[in-house]
Ligand binder design. Structure first.
Ligand code: SF4
Ligand code: SF4
Length: 376
């Protein structure tokens, strides 16, 4: 494997083109000879069942190209993830179907996971998590290829290579981590702990049609026209953090947590081709990180508690809520009740924004108080 970050210009999901790209990635990472008879986990981003056009999930044609290339070298690909909400065969089948993963599986492109068991994995050296509940489908893998979708994120600003691993934690168990680790910095460290104990062999980022604005599910699809690949997920996230935020990236959640672990977040900007810089001009990123970071990390607690209500963003339920209850089931703080529509008790809300992330109807908006807007 090489730590080198690879960039490929690709403007659509033409499978043949993508197979050529993946072949080159495998060649440069000396993977071709390591795949024979190996079971390879394709860890997609299946946040929820959504059409590929909405740019929320890893595109199925992108997955097909990776799966075909694995099979070309004798490997056996299987696709797995744990979306938000219940983790069982019925919910998986629904999410697979909506996201376009079933047809390719039925055509023999790859296997689909329906195992919803999980196990405990120790992480004794972890900064914030000493153990994890992990989906058992991981145990079947000889190799893990991480296939994230490039999106902005209301809590961590960006959801990429490292954040994609949170899908290894089963279903609503994810809420326990939000509840225990309410500060963004702690949450990022927990995910870096997870990456320490389950490190993908390779990450190939679906950055062709990504998302900007209120990601990871309520933002706007945006063409970045770029495929990224590296065996080093952390380096990839640093470079993409830079692409999203340019000179401001060092104080953003991921680079900050990574640097606190003694890892370098400076890199030679010369490694980024000019065409990639052009593809990432004027990206709209969420504002929530700035207020939360200020409150959580930069001010003494009594002051932060006082000013919180004046600057901290809050989730608001919109009129198109159909009272389906998905947000209430996934709210870590259990502060959502369902009446004619969902209602949030903001006094207990921990601002994890899972409700916005998982609402299938885009009926949750993040509202910024006036002072917060002026400050940030
Ligand atoms: S806000 Fe969304 S997830 Fe929550 S009840 Fe309404 S429609 Fe369902
Ligand atoms: S209401 Fe939304 S943002 Fe608040 S704790 Fe529940 S899921 Fe998180």
């Amino acid at each position: 494997m090489t730590d080198e970050l690879l960039f490929y210009r690709q403007t659509d999901y033409n499978i043949k083109d993508l197979e050529n790209i993946v072949d080159d990635i495998f060649k440069k990472n000396q993977l071709k000879d390591k795949l024979d008879e190996k079971k390879v986990l394709l860890k997609v981003n299946l946040l929820m069942g959504k059409s590929p056009d909405e740019a929320i999930t890893t595109n199925p044609d992108f997955v097909i190209a990776v799966a075909r290339t694995i099979k070309k070298y004798g490997g056996q690909p299987y696709l797995a993830d744990s979306p938000g909400g219940p983790f069982n065969k019925t919910s998986l089948k629904f999410a697979y179907s909506k996201s376009g993963y079933i047809e390719p599986a039925e055509a023999g492109e790859y296997d689909l996971n329906y195992n919803s068991e999980y196990f405990n994995l120790e992480s004794l050296e972890g900064y914030r998590a000493k153990s994890f509940k992990i989906c058992s489908f991981v145990k079947e893998a000889d190799l893990i290829i991480n296939l994230p979708k490039l999106k902005t994120h209301g809590l961590t600003l960006y959801t990429g290579a490292i954040k994609n691993l949170f899908g290894l934690v089963p279903g609503i168990t994810k809420a326990e981590y939000h509840l225990k680790l309410q500060k963004i910095n702690d949450f990022c460290h927990m995910l870096l702990d997870l990456h320490e104990v389950i490190t993908p062999d390779l990450t190939i980022m679906d950055g062709i049609l990504g998302m900007e604005g209120d990601g990871p599910s309520s933002g706007v699809a945006r063409k970045f026209n770029t495929v990224f690949a590296s065996s080093n997920a952390i380096d990839m996230d640093i470079v993409i953090s830079y692409l999203l935020r340019k000179d401001k990236y060092k104080n953003d959640p991921w680079p900050e947590a990574i640097s606190e672990r003694g890892l370098a977040i400076d890199f030679d900007k010369g490694i980024i081709p000019d065409w990639v810089l052009e593809n990432f001009q004027d990206v709209k990123t969420p504002k929530v990180d700035k207020a939360s970071n200020l409150i959580d990390r930069r001010l003494p607690e009594p002051i932060s508690k006082f000013i919180e209500k004046f600057i901290r963003p809050e989730p608001i339920i919109l009129d198109n809520c159909i009272a389906c209850g998905i947000c209430a089931k996934n709210c870590p703080a259990k502060v959502i009740t369902i009446k004619n529509k969902a209602e949030i008790d903001l006094s207990g809300c921990i601002r994890c924004f899972c409700c916005q992330e998982l609402c299938p109807h885009n009926a949750v908006e993040i509202k910024y108080p006036l002072l917060g807007k002026l400050l940030f």
